[in-house]
Design a protein around this ligand. Sequence first.
Ligand code: 1HN
Length: 355
Amino acid sequence: MSANPRPEDIEARRSEYYARVGEQQLIPLWLFFKDWFTRKPHVNSRPYAWSYRALRETIIESASIVDPVEAERRVLALENPGLPGRHLATESLYAGLQLIMPGEIAPSHRHTPAALRFVIESDGAYTSVNGERTYMKPGDFIITPSWTWHGHGHEGDGPTVWLDVLDVAMTHLFNATFTEHYPEHRSPEQTEPLDTLYRYGMNMLPVGYERGQGASPIFSYPYERTREVLGRLKDHSELDPCHGLKMQYVDPTTGGPAMPTISAFMQLLPAGFTTDSYKTTAGTIYCPVEGTGTVELPGAETPAIEYEPWHIFVIPSWQEFRITADSESTIFSTSDQAAQTKLGIWREQRGPDGA
Ligand code: 1HN
């Protein structure tokens, strides 16, 4: 550049240069460095809550709109208002409410995205995963790891509804989404119910057992057991100031999260307990099973969310929050913490900003 060029000459040279390099599929990093490399995460998803009580009738109405064979899965996806058209609850996780009516079957298929179910309402419905049938009860946590055959059916009474969460945004990101349909509607069911629980989940393992690709060999984590654990521990446990009494669903053969990409937890907050302020890079989907309370969200458009059983709410990445339990609460939650931890990028902050 000549000495002391005029500002308008600099601008003109730059514009001409940017246009020229653009034609060669080049873009100067200095034009977008600051957009990309922010001091803290730039998050589009927003805190949001769906009231199961308010939505229940509408969900059940979907039974008269489509059947699960035509639909493949009869689900109303929970779309975050900050991610319009993306069909996602957080930037990395899809979530939806699935309905099965008595006598119906959702055909067997498998896909590379991993899925979990958190059961809201069920009496006699089942999921079958790799040939093992698991009957669903409210509060049960059920996994269908990547590429496992799975289908659903209903032998009982009344509508069955559960929360589905899938890591499909991650498999899409990596262009690694594959799907296969079982040639018949149902894949063969060859194992006894609860086979994997007894084989892998009772502090013993078959001799010669070799770990697979990082997903738990147990498909079903019944609420009955989870609740017993929390109930037995609550009175003599030191409560974590940010989490109360919080337990993670694990692969018992590794101690790590039940699936490689998605973490899931159940926490108990005693009546009157308020957590310390907390935030994490893992945007999280919550679903309380018992209790009512308030989630405070300092700085958010919605400053607070009142929760009750089966409410579903999202707290995005790096959103500060505190939970106050009005009555003893058990709260399920799920996030991409497992994936972020493997990538070495997961962060949390305990305590309020500036503390
Ligand atoms: C799926 O396979 C299920 O198996 C539920 O129940 C929801 C959402 C997107 C893609 C696949 C299921 C799904 C899904």
